[in-house]
Design a protein around this ligand. Sequence first.
Ligand SMILES: *[C@@H]1O[C@H](CO)[C@@H](O)[C@H](O)[C@H]1NC(C)=O
Ligand SMILES: *[C@@H]1O[C@H](CO)[C@@H](O)[C@H](O)[C@H]1NC(C)=O
Ligand SMILES: *[C@@H]1O[C@H](CO)[C@@H](O)[C@H](O)[C@H]1NC(C)=O
Ligand SMILES: *[C@@H]1O[C@H](CO)[C@@H](O)[C@H](O)[C@H]1NC(C)=O
Ligand SMILES: *[C@@H]1O[C@H](CO)[C@@H](O)[C@H](O)[C@H]1NC(C)=O
Ligand SMILES: *[C@@H]1O[C@H](CO)[C@@H](O)[C@H](O)[C@H]1NC(C)=O
Ligand SMILES: *[C@@H]1O[C@H](CO)[C@@H](O)[C@H](O)[C@H]1NC(C)=O
Ligand SMILES: *[C@@H]1O[C@H](CO)[C@@H](O)[C@H](O)[C@H]1NC(C)=O
Length: 578
Amino acid sequence: MYSLISFSLLLLPFATPSNAAVQVSVPPTPSTSNVVHSNFLGISFELSFMTDYFGNDTDHMSTPMLNYLAAIKARLGNNPVRIRIGGNSADSSPYIDTASSPMVQLQAGDFNANDQPVTYNPMLWTVMAAVSKSINGVAYLINVPLAIAPNASMANDMRNILGSSLDSMLLGNEPDLYTGHKKRPNVANYTVDDYFGEYSTAIATIGANDVSGKQDIGGPSICCNWDLGAVLQAGYLTKFSSALKYIVLQHYPQNNCNGGKFPYQLPWYLQHSNTVTLAQWQKPGIDYLLSQPAENRPQLINSEFNSASCGGVPFSPSFAVGSLWSIDYALQMAVVGYGQAFLHTREGGIPYNLFAPPVGPPGSAGAWKTNSPYYALLVMGEALRTDHGAIVSDLNLGDSATNPNATSSAYAVYNQGNKTVSRLIIFNYANSSQDFALPASVFSGSGTALVKFLSAATPEEETNISWGGETWSGPDVTDGKSTQKPSWATPNKNLADCGKNGCTFTAPGPSLSLVILDDAQNLGTIITPDPTPPSNSNNNTGTGNGAKGKGGAMGLDSSLTTVFGAVLALLTLTFFSS
Ligand SMILES: *[C@@H]1O[C@H](CO)[C@@H](O)[C@H](O)[C@H]1NC(C)=O
Ligand SMILES: *[C@@H]1O[C@H](CO)[C@@H](O)[C@H](O)[C@H]1NC(C)=O
Ligand SMILES: *[C@@H]1O[C@H](CO)[C@@H](O)[C@H](O)[C@H]1NC(C)=O
Ligand SMILES: *[C@@H]1O[C@H](CO)[C@@H](O)[C@H](O)[C@H]1NC(C)=O
Ligand SMILES: *[C@@H]1O[C@H](CO)[C@@H](O)[C@H](O)[C@H]1NC(C)=O
Ligand SMILES: *[C@@H]1O[C@H](CO)[C@@H](O)[C@H](O)[C@H]1NC(C)=O
Ligand SMILES: *[C@@H]1O[C@H](CO)[C@@H](O)[C@H](O)[C@H]1NC(C)=O
Ligand SMILES: *[C@@H]1O[C@H](CO)[C@@H](O)[C@H](O)[C@H]1NC(C)=O
């Protein structure tokens, strides 16, 4: 099935056996207790540019976008894809309560590129509801403005049209910057007290319960200047306990707001210890939150991150930053207590975006391009997919949590149900291949594992990226769907007979290896069902194969077990026919 010859040729130049195998040691049980799910990593979209990605209205929805989301959904089991819609633009743009096309319209004028005001209307919710239906499950977290007074009809429309796919309303965005961003010109110093007052008024306007009566508000969405612990202890948790579903932070490692001046260059993103430090931001507040009784504390989430705020660093599209670093930081957040995190995407031309639609007005025909951060969503879905939730531990491989010189790091993912090791995620940040020795203790009864590689030839590579032997990049993949299995991709590796003495495998450099130890190793190729066509969409945009048919054998409505069964059946056929 795989081209083994070209694989060994590819490895020859790097295969200097000077590096002894790195011994990975894995505690039998997790050292932490935070439970996360396959949809931990979601996508954050800036409100102003929703039409670029999804189309203008229900009659012009972008098929490539649905394909991208369907490929993520196929990796999540029964969990919905998480999408956050928000940002500065969502905090101060007016809502018009009559549906029209386009669903989001840029306001005319000269505005700060990082805060482009729009108007938006109920068509947005109708399109989002159709997207969720089409790919069989999206959970939306949507900013509701606080910088301007929120509008009750907006909240009603959202709850009515999105129904159970509306997961939460995130009230306000970065209130700790309201003074700096001149959102409160008549207040010299906008304080936490001012904020609490406005928050109460806003909740009274928009309500605090979803269609089933459960609390659905998220906040405070602070990014920079306020101390989470102080905000929580000043009464945020107690005052709003009957409203809050999420405690929201958003945080980038650095900003690129000052004409290209920023401290951290590409090598910084390849040092695992930096993700450890980064995830400690607001630690006292996080610890305070996690010390509250589990049954009634809101879940902690990061609603927006990427390589740098104000549009990212120029080398954001690189494999090192977009793919490896995004995953390392996301896993680190899972370790310290977050329940969800969202990779941000803005208007075309911003280097850190997950995908690039064709240039031109929203809905222009043409090829879509897959950027490196998109792979983070695919990998995280597969890495954290377990039947009862996952607990992630940083294994501190070779003191990588503190030593910036370490070139490899590793995480273990434990199954919350039986507390056994389900997956290992191993980063090789070096430019050369590296052997990793896995202990016998992580292999269950069968003594086998499947290793999938996320790899590229260099840290700077932007296009030639493969995951599990497959690529979503390059000139031949233009619709988010028609993936290729190029000869340069690192093929999957099956490990066997590892129950007694463990097993060693070689990871190319740079790469991420996902070692699948539980039954999911038998899943085989993950097949993405076609998105079902949105019911009132007649014409889809993009050059992709239109969304036709019902999704064939891997029908969207199949239960997880049926899909497993069907895939196993296909695999069996393949084995016996080749
Ligand atoms: C919401 O805003 C729209 C337009 O700005 C306005 O027509 C409508 O009356 C507002 N609704 C409420 C309940 O404030
Ligand atoms: C703003 O108010 C807070 C709380 O009262 C205070 O701690 C802070 O020093 C003030 N900042 C400025 C710039 O006045
Ligand atoms: C979407 O709306 C924009 C702005 O009005 C327009 O330029 C573009 O042609 C529209 N796209 C489609 C496919 O109609
Ligand atoms: C990392 O490498 C530098 C340069 O070789 C060295 O000076 C430093 O001591 C090393 N740090 C650790 C923690 O090993
Ligand atoms: C890997 O090679 C790139 C050039 O492709 C270089 O910039 C980088 O420093 C190298 N990384 C390591 C860890 O040697
Ligand atoms: C991808 O990388 C391979 C070798 O690693 C090279 O042969 C091929 O030309 C590259 N493709 C693109 C589109 O850069
Ligand atoms: C733990 O549960 C997973 C998922 O159901 C299963 O694949 C694995 O075999 C179980 N491990 C043990 C030791 O029972
Ligand atoms: C779909 O698009 C084609 C070509 O642009 C057009 O001829 C046709 O009328 C459209 N169909 C519908 C139902 O809008």
